[in-house]
Design a protein around this ligand. Structure first.
Ligand code: AMP
Ligand code: ZN
Ligand code: FE
Ligand code: FE
Length: 277
């Protein structure tokens, strides 16, 4: 399968390592036709690269990845928009504030555990991005408290680990309807992180569809062939779009790279046709 579009990427506007501009240049270099920028809880990176079709011949799709309340797994809703959805950034202010307010709480826990990080150490990693645990992981790594990014999560930052602090999130109903309200397509990101069996997943997807869900992220690096087959079947049976992407955060962050997973020509055409305003 020849991937033509990577619809799940993160830039320096959230916890990715490449600027939106560098991400686009790399995508063009890889001969991708389209890329969606889907930073965590923000569209701040999108504005300056939407016109890349003119400069690099690549279509940039305005996107976002919203974290939603869910237990015990993890629920992320991707939103894709035919144009920059003016006003959505404002509607995300509350969750953005919650991201910032979580940092000192995590640092307090880390300090009690002997990792003497300061808030300034973490802010230095985040710069003006939507701050998140990866920025804390980088600071821990720099100060030598962990040997790898993964160790930071396994030991301290992952859900339920020693320095874990939950953050206030949106309900999924709000996340899905917000995306619909701003003219976008809401898509269930990496369904495996919900930790549901096939029946539970189908029931939950139907609930999400009640709020306006338009698709499922089927093509994703962490999905097993069985999961990919299950999600493909569900999408087809329920009349949902199939989407996909790498969840790229930067070169060297994972074993795979930008454009290794995503949509081939036919699925991309279906997706773009639905995206039309
Ligand atoms: P946050 O936005 O603070 O909830 O952090 C979520 C981000 O942290 C994810 O998008 C990943 O980039 C990263 N992440 C989450 N869990 C892990 C993990 N176990 N190992 C490495 N990175 C992780
Ligand atoms: Zn991330
Ligand atoms: Fe995600
Ligand atoms: Fe992501």
């Amino acid at each position: 399968m020849l991937v033509k579009a990577d619809l799940h990427t993160h830039s320096t506007a959230s916890d990715g390592d490449l600027s939106p501009e560098k991400l686009i240049t790399l995508s063009a270099h890889l001969n991708l036709k389209a890329i969606a920028l889907t930073d965590h809880d923000t569209l701040a990176g999108v504005q300056n690269v939407l016109n890349s079709i003119k400069t690099h011949g690549i279509r940039v799709i305005a996107g976002v990845e919203i974290s939603a309340e869910y237990d015990p797994g993890m629920l992320h809703i991707l939103g894709y928009f035919p144009a920059n959805p003016h006003g959505l950034e404002e509607a995300l202010k509350q969750v953005q504030t919650a991201r910032r307010e979580r940092i000192p709480k995590v640092i307090k826990k880390l300090n009690a555990l002997g990792c003497m990080l300061t808030e300034a150490d973490v802010l230095k990693e985040a710069k003006d991005a939507q701050i998140g645990r990866p920025h804390i992981a980088k600071a821990l790594l720099k100060k030598g408290y962990v040997r790898s990014f993964d160790e930071a999560f396994d030991e301290y930052l992952g859900k339920g680990r020693k320095a874990y602090v939950p953050k206030e999130k949106m309900t999924w109903k709000k996340a899905v309807s917000l995306i619909v309200h701003f003219g976008g397509l809401p898509v269930l990101a990496h369904p495996y992180t919900l930790g549901l069996g096939s029946q539970g997943l189908e029931a939950f997807i139907k609930d999400l569809m009640g709020a306006g869900l338009a698709g499922i992220e089927v093509l994703y690096p962490e999905h097993t062939p069985e999961q990919t087959a299950l999600y493909t079947g569900l999408a087809s049976r329920l009349g949902l779009l199939v989407t996909g992407g790498t969840d790229f955060h930067g070169p060297g962050r994972n074993a795979f790279s930008l454009g290794d997973y995503g949509l081939e020509e036919e699925l991309l055409t279906k997706f773009i046709n639905r995206l039309k305003p």
